[in-house]
Design a protein around this ligand. Structure first.
Ligand SMILES: C[S@@+](CC[C@H](N)C(=O)[O-])C[C@H]1O[C@@H](n2cnc3c(N)ncnc32)[C@H](O)[C@@H]1O
Length: 236
């Protein structure tokens, strides 16, 4: 009896390993197929060579010498993980994308390299970072493969709290360093949007009652992996 029980346990354990193995193989295959379909390795190579000397951390540090606040803390997206995140909301010819607090513009550049969208805008408070993003845009423009998408990028120097982004239908906010007054004011501004807009935030979800979390996922950033929240307008 005990012998039969041992065999049964042995078979069950092997079955579990087999199922876990199949699941992990299927996930690996799905990711491989997704990367191949979008040509991720090729784009990543171009992206890396395009941004290689754009050191947002150093530029931001120098720019914050005289004026600093937690919300100015610098950090960046990583290419493949960010594209995987955007893929979940299917950017297309009608998409008006904003990165609020765009740094050296890596999110806008990455988006432009993969998705054919209508408008692609980054708003950055520090002139030095915005200038660096304009240099990246110039490089992208000179690349025959990406010049059309690059034309649709605008990098604006300003405070997103004072900027009219009401034409947005896809917004990315790297919200990890956003607290207090700025975070409340930004949520209030998002509340006033009338477009059907998807808002993606990192680390924390919106406090605005106008949105609900459609999906929660993980995003690899320059400093590690964080939660990312995909919000859609709450049904009325
Ligand atoms: C964490 S970085 C994110 C950079 C970029 N979005 C990325 O993920 O690669 C946040 C950026 O937001 C900028 N920022 C903070 N408050 C801002 C404001 N009120 N208006 C515009 N930019 C702001 C900071 O200067 C910084 O460059």
């Amino acid at each position: 009896m005990s012998y039969k029980k041992d065999i049964l346990i042995f078979i069950l354990i092997n079955l579990v390993f087999l199922l876990v193995g199949i699941k992990s193989y299927r996930n690996t295959y799905k990711i491989w197929r997704w990367k191949r379909n979008l040509g991720i390795p090729k784009h990543l190579k171009h992206f890396n060579s395009l941004v290689q000397d754009a050191n947002g951390f150093a530029i931001s540090k120098a720019a914050r010498k005289d004026i600093d606040a937690p919300e100015y803390t610098y950090g960046e997206i990583t290419f493949t993980s960010f594209i995987a995140l955007l893929s979940q909301v299917n950017p297309n010819k009608n998409t008006v994308f904003y990165d609020l607090g765009s740094g050296v513009g890596k999110a806008n550049i990455a988006c432009a390299m993969i998705f054919d969208i209508k408008k692609n805008i980054g708003i950055e408070i520090f002139k030095e970072l915005q200038s660096a993003s304009l240099r990246l845009k110039k490089r992208l423009l000179s690349h025959p493969k990406y010049s059309n998408s690059a034309k649709k990028i605008s990098f604006i120097n300003g405070n997103y709290l004072n900027y009219d982004f009401s034409d947005a239908n896809l917004i990315f906010i790297n919200a990890t360093g956003l607290f207090g007054g700025t975070w409340v004011a930004l949520n209030k501004k998002l509340d006033e949007l009338t477009e059907e807009v998807i808002v993606i935030t990192t680390t924390k979800c919106l406090i605005s009652k106008k949105f609900y979390i459609k999906k929660e996922t993980r995003l690899e950033m320059s400093w590690g992996v964080v939660n990312a929240f995909i919000h859609a307008p709450a049904p009325k």
